[in-house]
Design a protein around this ligand. Structure first.
Ligand code: KG4
Ligand code: ZN
Length: 342
């Protein structure tokens, strides 16, 4: 019997709805709709929580209707409803979570509460034949996590950031350089015209376990800006590509080195890379090259599944549903929801 899941993602500034079907061991994404609010938040230089939740409320119902239409289904054809419960912005999480619970009550079908980071963690496997144990690096706007995934639901935290997440560092440095929000894709673009060795930025905690720290790197970029233009603390526009390329290289060197170390420590031969920052082509190719050198297999989600989307939430909900793991309607959102323990 095929199983059909409708999932909602609303943890930050993307409203997303997806419908997935599982049939004879195969998973198919029947619809995946995203309404991005990036243009709305750009003029404020970052996400404004009140605007985010208001826009989730505006867009969610039409997106559900479009997703059902795309999939050629009616609400009664859905077998279970999943929604992100955290981590994320409380007022944004509430919109998607409450909507999924309401649909569950109205149709009498189960509700499944999903951890957003588990969505990222499993996203590289959405187009793979099966889940496999692996060492995962998740690099998003809010998190930098090294996880040993032994099985579905069996996750061990090996390393995380002590301060800024990798994506957060990209966004903050982008802001310092006067680039539009979000800084990640803009820095990647600028870096194409710059030299990664123009400035020697620090590789923090490189020889110091599996935790990360990116705030020193961010401060080093700031000091460099002040040196370039002591009065304004700004970079002359011709220095921006070199600053971006050198900053990016420092981030990538640390991410790749710690991922290799973690994989060696936990003995996994498969490495997975996920989260918004994994869209970065320079990171992808550096990770691929180093994996090839060390004999590791690398699995990366396509870019559309790397940034926030509801297909990855539906994928987790589907795996839970197939194992009979449903959530109580009393299960609340949790803005600080954790994925794994050390
Ligand atoms: O996973 P995601 O969409 O949302 C969170 O769960 O946070 O990640 C968003 C982050 C932002 O910090 C954004 O700047 C970064 O991913 N990002 C990138 C690129 N595309 C998105 N960072 C570097 N290079 C990119 N191409
Ligand atoms: Zn995310």
């Amino acid at each position: 019997m095929p199983t059909t899941i409708l999932a909602i993602e609303s943890s930050c500034d993307e409203t997303a709805v997806a419908i997935l079907r599982h049939d004879e061991g195969r998973v198919e994404v029947l619809a995946s709709e995203i309404s991005s609010q990036i243009d709305i938040h750009r003029e404020f230089g970052g996400v404004v929580p009140e605007l985010a939740s208001r826009n989730h409320s505006l867009h969610l119902r039409p997106l559900i209707e479009i997703a059902l239409e795309d999939a050629g289904l009616k609400i009664d054809d859905i077998d279970a409803f999943g929604a992100t419960a955290g981590p994320g912005l409380a007022s944004s999480l509430l919109v998607g979570n409450t909507t999924a619970k309401s649909l569950s009550v109205a149709t009498g079908k189960p509700f499944i509460s999903v951890n957003h980071m588990e969505g990222h963690l499993l996203s590289p496997f959405l187009e793979a034949p099966e889940l496999k144990s692996n060492l995962a690096l998740i690099v998003s706007g809010g998190h930098t996590l090294l996880i040993h995934m032994r099985d579905f639901g069996d996750y061990k935290l090996l390393g995380s950031t002590r301060d800024d997440a990798a994506g957060e560092a990209y966004d903050k440095v982008g802001k310092m350089l006067g680039l539009p929000y979000p800084g990640g894709p803009e820095i990647e673009k600028q870096a194409l015209d710059g030299s990664p060795t123009a400035f020697n930025f620090p590789r923090s905690m490189m020889k110091d376990g599996l935790d990360f720290s990116f705030s020193g790197l961010k401060t080093a970029v700031l000091y460099q800006l002040e040196k370039l233009d002591p009065e304004q603390g700004r970079a002359p526009s011709e220095a921006i590509p070199d600053l971006c390329a050198s900053f990016q290289q420092a981030v990538i060197d640390v991410l790749v080195a710690k991922t290799m170390l973690a994989a060696q420590q936990c003995g996994e031969k498969l490495i997975s890379l996920s989260g918004g920052v994994s869209c970065n082509k320079t990171l992808r190719s550096a990770m691929q090259q180093t994996c090839d050198q060390h004999g590791f297999e690398l699995l990366i989600a396509p870019p559309a599944l790397s940034t926030d989307n509801a297909a990855m939430i539906g994928f987790v909900a589907l795996h839970s549903h197939l194992r009979g793991q449903h959530s109580s309607l009393h299960e609340d959102i949790n803005p600080n929801l954790k994925l794994a323990q050390a």
